[in-house]
Design a protein around this ligand. Structure first.
Ligand code: AIR
Ligand code: ASP
Length: 261
């Protein structure tokens, strides 16, 4: 930790508990605006800034709303989980927390694959295959979806990915291995705070040299998280299906993850 840098760098936010003292690069032009995040270039070509929004969408953007405080919760929860995963040996794009809804990340090119991991049947798996909701899936199911809202993120098998030229066979094998390692780590972590990790979505990116690292976010927006005792849904399904208490569910995940960070 470069603690000695602190007094000489006025841009470092010392009021944020989880922010370290890495000097902050200048925020540059907006590179990409997604539904829940904006990505900015910075004065350092190897770094981007990811800004988390309170805006919420569901069902390919057809349902729109705001979850007050979501940007800050998702930034903090994602940062904690990325740090935890780095300790498990998973390479991620996480560099630092800059502000309550800003994360400094490595500049990667996102691979347009949504890697979905499922431990318990829910959501589109139940709709597509008539699984009974809550059925345990052992081993977990890993799915690949094309990241394309206009096409409704269609599922892809390995042949589709190869034919579309999105990734190689070796890269797909790597994504599967990473997804399993990340699932083991996240499942154990969430279990320790009384939560069943039902399913989640991951995105990966390529560094300029070609190495693939975990990117995007891991948050109540991208995971299904059910309280072990009560079965209460503590994730974006509360927004998707108008279940109420959306903000308090996100805050509960913020609170519980802090005890283990
Ligand atoms: N997900 C998929 N696309 C965007 C997101 N956030 C996540 C959902 C859920 C998992 O992927 O939040 O945790 C599976 O989603 P579904 O709808 O396919 O069941
Ligand atoms: N985030 C996606 C959307 O806005 C999918 C979802 O979370 O439901 O449609």
């Amino acid at each position: 930790m470069l603690v000695s840098c602190l007094p000489s760098n006025p841009r470092v936010r010392t009021d944020i508990m989880e922010s370290s003292t890495t000097p902050r690069p200048e925020k540059g032009e907006l590179l990409h605006e997604g539904k829940a995040k904006k990505v900015f270039k910075t004065s350092d070509p190897e770094l981007y800034i990811q800004e988390f929004k309170d805006a919420a969408t569901a069902f390919d953007g057809t349902k729109k709303g705001t979850i007050t405080g979501k940007g800050s919760v998702n930034c903090t929860v994602s940062s904690r989980l990325f740090k935890m995963l780095e300790n498990w040996g998973v390479k991620t794009h996480f560099v630092d927390v800059l502000g309550e809804n800003e994360m400094l990340i490595k500049a990667v090119e996102i691979i347009p694959i949504e890697v979905i991991v499922r431990n318990i049947a829910a959501g589109s798996l139940v709709r597509r295959y008539a699984f009974v909701e809550s059925t345990k899936l052992e081993p977990p199911i890993i799915e690949f979806g094309l990241k394309d809202d206009d096409l409704h993120d269609p599922l892809m098998n390995d042949d589709h990915v190869l034919a579309l030229g999105i990734a190689t066979t070796a890269e797909l094998a790597f994504l599967r291995r990473q997804a399993n390692i990340i699932n083991d780590a996240l499942r154990e972590f969430f279990s320790g705070i009384g939560i069943d990790l039902v399913d989640f979505k991951l995105e990966f990116g390529r560094l300029p040299g070609g190495d693939i690292i975990l990117a995007d976010e891991i948050s109540p927006d991208t995971c299904r998280l059910w309280d072990k005792e009560t079965g209460e849904k503590l994730d974006k399904d509360r927004f998707r299906f108008d279940l109420g208490n959306v903000e308090s569910a996100y805050n509960e995940i913020l609170k519980r993850t802090s005890t283990q960070a």
